[in-house]
Design a protein around this ligand. Structure first.
Ligand SMILES: NC(=O)c1ccc[n+]([C@@H]2O[C@H](COP(=O)([O-])OP(=O)(O)OC[C@H]3O[C@@H](n4cnc5c(N)ncnc54)[C@H](O)[C@@H]3O)[C@@H](O)[C@H]2O)c1
Length: 250
């Protein structure tokens, strides 16, 4: 059976662990050549080796414009094309809005917002040359509503939704679709850094989530495969929420 991403070359940022790793694994299973990019060099290289096959690792700090150019140029030199960019890398932290400084906000935005922005700029040309592509920006339900303590993170994730729409409109004539994937609470280090295990294990914690549990990275990855593949060929400028229904009940 042919995979849904057969013949495509995909770049996944923040792929050393968590969703990015699950997404890279799913892309590879669907036949893509996957480049896992991350600042975590050892873990990222190990993740690519674990996926095996044609998966490869590239060191990339998404806030570094020159590094984007070098990674994208390398992919085009090795594989001749780049079809999919999954802007997944992000930093997460919480804290009261009134304690936020412009400097700490900027440090988070450098990764969570300017990272995807630089990525879009870096891949547009090779994608166009290859006949088009799919760019997926990973936001969060913190970018759909206002969670206490999520001022800086939420701001970056709200902004990504706007970036998605503008990029979708501007890049559509180039054959590039731009979409936004919006996970809710998904099991992994990011969620566990914010919510203690005993709270996560308590059914009462999930009362506002119709599916009554945390998501799994693999469930986010399946949505990413859809947005990356030609199955979503008439889908752009839109959002796919993978949150067990948590934001659909208000
Ligand atoms: N986990 C959740 O519950 C959840 C919920 C909603 C949205 N999200 C979003 O999903 C995405 C993945 O989340 P996760 O839980 O897998 O996160 P994670 O913290 O487990 O993984 C993030 C990865 O990004 C990498 N990274 C950090 N800064 C980087 C940089 N400057 N350049 C390149 N790589 C960098 C890290 O090394 C790490 O491998 C993020 O965009 C996050 O905001 C997560």
């Amino acid at each position: 059976m042919t995979g849904r991403l057969e013949g495509k070359v995909a770049l996944v940022t923040g792929a050393a662990q968590g969703h990015g790793l699950a997404e890279a694994r799913a892309f590879a299973a669907e036949g893509a050549i996957v480049v896992l990019a991350d600042v975590a060099v050892e873990a990222g290289a190990a993740a690519a080796a674990d996926i095996g096959g044609t998966a490869e690792f590239a060191a990339l700090d998404v806030s570094d414009e020159a590094a984007w150019r070098s990674v994208v140029d390398g992919i085009v030199a090795r594989h001749g094309r780049l079809d999919v960019l999954l802007n997944n890398a992000a930093r997460y932290r919480t804290g009261p809005l009134l304690d936020e400084s412009p400097q700490s906000l900027a440090r988070l935005a450098d990764v969570n917002l300017y990272g995807p922005f630089l990525g879009i700029q870096a891949v547009a040309k090779p994608m166009t040359a290859g006949g088009g592509g799919s760019i997926i920006n990973v936001s969060s339900t913190a970018g759909l509503t206002g969670y206490a303590g999520h001022g800086a993170y939420g701001l970056s994730k709200w902004a990504l939704r706007g970036l998605t729409r503008v990029a979708a409109v501007e890049l559509a004539p180039l054959g590039i679709r731009v979409t936004c994937l919006i996970p809710g609470a998904v099991a992994g280090p990011m969620l566990e850094s914010n919510v203690p295990p005993e709270v996560l294990a308590d059914p009462a914690h999930w009362a506002g989530t119709p599916l009554a549990r945390a998501g799994r990275p693999e469930e986010v990855a399946r949505a990413a495969v859809f947005l990356a593949s030609d199955d979503s060929s008439y889908v752009t400028a839109t959002e796919l929420v993978v949150d067990g229904g948590s934001t659909g009940t208000g």
